[in-house]
Design a protein around this ligand. Structure first.
Ligand code: FAD
Ligand code: SF4
Length: 409
């Protein structure tokens, strides 16, 4: 692995205008600098630079959409028969070897208390950035462990859970308090946090309400929602033949998890001809033996399997006609057509505006419509990805810090 990574690093041309970074990376990781430091034997310095720019660097090196981002824009890959530098492998090697040695250089204690609701990428980023600035941080999390969708959504075969465990240890070392199994909007409300002396509150609660197709049969015993299934796949007895509604990246994660659970026939059903998933995910689905059927609009769920209305499209993707409904036999069906936000917090407090989809309304720096309350990540921008949640949260952390400094308490 190490030799391979060094060879890859040596292939970097140290471009003056590095498109991998400038065009490809949503968080503008300084890729040529990372590679230069690494080749100069300054791996720890490179690791620090990566962590300062992106506290979730290890995670992003494994789960970002690299072929459309850094690698996809590497000049080496644009040459005839060329191959992009394997940037994520280099980043992973550096960040992984640095992570356990991180010592957060903290500013002197400001005495200001910040409550963070949710411990996904957004909450972790805010916690790290504000702890660094000397603020006192408590993270409230509904689940028993940190990580959000990184732990309970992205399958472990793509993102090993020990990485998230290491974050939990690291946050504790940084003096960040963690309150597990605590849902804000349940016994404790957002207003209780202010009453107890928190100076600012951050909401990074993500999107955890399954989107429903609103068809008959959704409550049957053999029908499940993707987000519930992925949280704890061992709890499910799905049978041998499993149908999955949806064909985005998350649906493929579900399908590949089902295959690893032992099911022999797994089929993804896409409503349209055009598929939302990336080519790489589709390739993995194919090698895992997962079937894909396009132009199948879900009509009803039954105990014998889902019923679809087949749709015929022309080459431009326009619907030509619908055919008679067909039953596709399956032991279980999993619905994987994205998620929206829950309203636990919003419905138990005041002055927090949401969009028509229930997403929290903020300005570009994460200020909500209620003073002292900030938000970012999926609960603001909808179901997106880790690097966007981190990038946005970096800006929001600055805005919270400015708020804490400016306000006379
Ligand atoms: C199946 C699947 C696969 C994915 N694959 C990828 C991928 O390969 N690459 C990628 O970049 N992204 C991927 N994503 C998306 C990515 O995981 C999310 O965009 C990202 O985690 C959003 O971060 P967040 O912090 O906003 O929210 P989340 O990660 O959802 O974290 C929110 C946290 O808030 C907690 N919470 C919610 N409500 C409350 C409450 N009231 N009180 C206390 N705590 C609360 C939740 O338990 C959770 O821990 C995937 C998502 C799914 C579902
Ligand atoms: S585009 Fe490729 S070759 Fe150029 S700096 Fe980035 S990684 Fe190196």
């Amino acid at each position: 692995m190490a030799v391979h990574v060094i060879n890859e690093a040596r292939r970097c041309l140290q471009c003056k205008k590095p498109l991998c970074q400038l065009k490809g990376c949503p968080i503008k990781t300084n890729i040529p600098e990372m590679i230069r430091l690494f080749l100069d034997g300054k791996t720890q310095e490179a690791g620090k630079m990566l962590f300062d720019n992106n506290p979730l660097s290890i995670v992003c090196s494994l789960v970002c959409d690299h072929e459309n981002q850094c690698e996809g824009n590497c000049i080496q890959g644009k040459r005839k028969e060329g191959a992009a530098v394997q940037i994520p492998n280099i980043e992973n090697y550096i960040s992984d070897s640095y992570f356990d040695r991180i010592v957060l250089e903290k500013a002197p204690d400001t005495g200001k208390k910040v409550a963070i609701i949710g411990s996904g990428p957004a909450g972790i980023t805010i916690a790290v950035k504000l702890a660094e600035l000397g603020h006192r941080i408590t993270v409230f999390e509904r689940m028993d462990k940190i990580g959000g969708m990184m732990r309970y959504g992205i399958p472990a075969f793509r993102l090993p859970r020990n990485i998230i465990d290491r974050y939990q240890t690291k946050l504790r070392e940084m003096g960040i308090h963690f309150r597990p199994n605590t849902t804000i909007g349940d016994a404790l409300h957002l207003d209780d946090l202010f009453a107890d002396g928190y100076d600012a509150v951050f909401i990074g609660t993500g999107v955890w309400r399954p989107r429903r197709p609103n068809c008959k049969g959704e409550s049957l015993g053999n029908v499940h929602y993707a987000i519930d299934y992925l949280r704890n796949p061992e709890a499910y007895d799905l049978g041998d033949n499993v149908a999955i509604i949806g064909a985005g990246n998350s649906a493929i994660d579900v399908a590949r998890t089902v295959v690893r659970g032992g099911a022999r026939h797994v089929t993804l059903y896409a409503r349209r001809q055009r598929i939302a998933a990336s080519q790489r995910e589709l390739d993995y689905a194919a090698v895992d033996g997962i079937e894909l059927q396009q132009g199948m609009a879900i009509k009803e769920f039954t105990e014998e399997g889902p019923i679809f209305t087949p749709r015929i499209y022309d080459e431009q993707g326009n619907l030509i006609r619908e055919e008679d409904p067909v039953l596709m036999p399956a032991d279980s069906t999993i619905i994987a057509i994205s998620q929206g936000p829950k309203d636990r917090i919003v419905s138990t407090t005041h002055d927090l505006n949401v969009s028509e989809y229930g997403l929290i309304v903020t300005d570009e720096d994460g200020r909500t419509t209620r003073e002292g309350v900030f938000a970012s990540g999926d609960v603001v921008i909808g179901a997106k990805n880790v690097v966007l949640a981190v990038n946005y949260s970096k800006r929001v952390a600055k805005a919270i810090d400015e708020y804490l400094k400016a306000k006379k308490f």
